[in-house]
Design a protein around this ligand. Structure first.
Ligand SMILES: [Zn+2]
Ligand SMILES: [Zn+2]
Length: 360
């Protein structure tokens, strides 16, 4: 989400930056009539309505407007703004972040892509960091013996400048001056529609009601910075395709002093991969299993279609000859079984329900 000083509220409302409060109100009323979700059913109208409401909530209030103007011009207002530091990046910092490998001497054959997010919002919003996931390709020999591999990767680490809090002063967070700590702002629509209040999320604190008191110049207030890191992953002997090695706390640091995520290394052994038709064969068999069990333990009867479906699954598994020694079909089997189970339970519930009413 773009932070407050990235948005041009004046152009959103179609007014000049020296417009009077009266002009701002008139322009908002005109646009609100045009985009109110009850009136305008076009895609995007609701988003537009939120946007103009947010712009109006800030610009119609003299104090908020003054703060907003000061933030945009980079002038300090009411103390501690760092100029130009709050531009926002793209994407979500709390989803998994794959990372990049550099030409490190023992970087293995891992692959990954990197998404970068610069969280520089002033909002005080402590959240746990996400896991960093990494794919490690091994041949069957290495997986059998076990290996230790060094990996270089990029992750968010706690900012040393502010000890991860995001604030350089001792008072880490304060009540958001824009919304007064509620996390939202109200726009009165009664002058336009006769009634109604519309609530928008506060753009300065992003809904948390708190802002970092004195944003750290090093991390911009988030309490974490991107950094290169190294780790040695110990893959134990007798590992197989799909195994996971988790290193607690070696993932992305959380924001404003929150806990870090984990480093998760997934072992990939090519020779253990199933052919896609075999994998779907196992999935089909897995899918049918709950129905077979149901017919054993109740008077539910498996239909001809289910039997044919299961037969097709078995044919898929063996059509290229028997699956080779080291393969691990249980994952495909479980995937199929879990979706089969949901459907079987649903059908069982309907079946018992109908039986209860005498439909058989
Ligand atoms: Zn706020
Ligand atoms: Zn910092």
């Amino acid at each position: 989400m773009p932070s407050m000083n990235d948005k041009d509220y004046y152009s959103i409302l179609g007014v000049s930056s020296d417009a009077s409060t009266d002009d701002i109100r008139k322009s908002f009323q005109k646009l609100a009539r045009q985009y109110h979700p009850d009136i305008n059913k076009e895609a995007g109208a609701e988003e537009k309505f939120k946007e103009i409401s947010e712009a109006y909530a800030v610009l119609s209030d003299p104090d908020k407007r003054k703060r907003y103007d000061a933030m945009r011009s980079g002038m300090p207002y009411g103390g501690s703004y760092r100029t130009g530091g709050y531009s926002s990046g793209k994407g979500d910092p709390f989803t998994d972040m794959d990372f990049e490998m550099w030409g490190f001497p023992f970087s293995g054959t891992g692959t990954g892509t990197r998404r970068t997010y610069y969280s520089t919002s002033r909002s005080y919003n402590p959240r746990q960091g996400s896991d960093v996931s990494f794919n490690l390709d091994l041949d069957s020999e290495a997986a059998k013996k076990g290996v230790s591999r060094g990996v270089t990767y990029q992750r968010y680490v706690s900012c040393t400048h502010c000890s991860g809090t995001g604030s350089t002063s001792s008072a880490h967070a304060e009540t958001c001056p824009t919304c007064g700590g509620t996390g939202h702002m109200s726009v009165d629509l009664s002058s336009i529609f006769g009634f109604g209040v519309f609530e928008v999320e506060c753009p300065e604190c992003e809904g948390s009601g708190k802002v970092v008191s004195d944003p750290c110049p090093h991390c911009g207030g988030s309490g974490r910075v991107l950094s290169a890191d190294e780790i040695v992953v110990e893959v134990p002997p007798k590992s197989h395709d799909g195994d996971e090695i988790r290193v607690t706390g070696a993932g992305n640091a959380g924001t404003n002093g929150s806990a870090s995520g984990d480093f998760v290394c997934r072992v990939s052994v090519k020779s253990e991969h199933l052919a896609s038709y075999q994998s779907s064969g196992f999935q089909i068999v897995g899918f049918v299993l709950p129905f077979v069990l149901m017919s054993v333990f109740s008077d539910f009867r498996v239909g001809l279609f289910t039997i044919l479906f299961a037969a097709y699954g078995v044919y898929s598994i063996f059509r290229g000859g028997a699956p080779k020694g080291a393969i691990l079909p249980h994952r495909a089997l479980m995937r199929g079984a879990s979706s089969g189970l949901v459907l079987a339970l649903l059908m069982f519930m309907m079946y018992s329900c109908l039986s209860g009413f005498g439909f058989r």
